[in-house]
Ligand binder design. Structure first.
Ligand SMILES: [Zn+2]
Length: 148
């Protein structure tokens, strides 16, 4: 019984050695064979001379006379809700810039320079500018505040 177990173990050991030798031979053959190298890819740099195209670019502040947005929510300036000095409304403003100035216009068409706001505030609050209007009146109409 002991001899049979011992023979079986020797047989298994011989199998393991044979298998090991095959693996080493296989590895050595693979090392000798040239490993296929990826072909060098030519660097293709697209030629883009004007991106994004002019018709898709938002106008910059230098390219337009002014920018405008509609603000339906009340404006809180220095901790107080701002109201139109002429009619007292405090919602639904058109906020527009002219150069470095920021102006407020109520829904009744009263407008006044607002020195507590600047163009940086306007830029932070306006979101992307996607449309361009030829005149101030067209801008008002587009934003739902036709001139009265
Ligand atoms: Zn007003």
């Amino acid at each position: 019984m002991f001899g049979r177990k011992h023979r079986r173990m020797r047989h298994e050991l011989a199998e393991i050695r044979r298998h090991h030798a095959e693996m080493i031979n296989t590895c050595m053959r693979e090392e000798q064979e040239p490993v296929p190298q990826p072909r060098p890819v030519e660097a293709v740099t697209p030629v883009v001379d004007d991106f994004p195209p002019t018709n898709l670019r938002a106008p910059t502040r230098d390219e337009v006379e002014g920018m405008m947005m509609r603000r339906r929510m009340p404006l809180v300036l220095n901790g107080e809700v701002h109201a139109c000095p002429q009619c007292g409304t405090y919602r639904d403003w058109i906020v527009f810039t002219l150069g470095d100035e920021v102006w407020l216009r109520c829904q009744d068409g009263h407008q006044a320079l607002e020195p507590r706001l600047d163009t940086a505030w306007f830029d932070r609050n306006s979101g992307p500018n996607e449309t361009r209007r030829a005149t101030f009146e067209e801008g008002l109409r587009h934003l739902g505040h036709p001139k009265t």
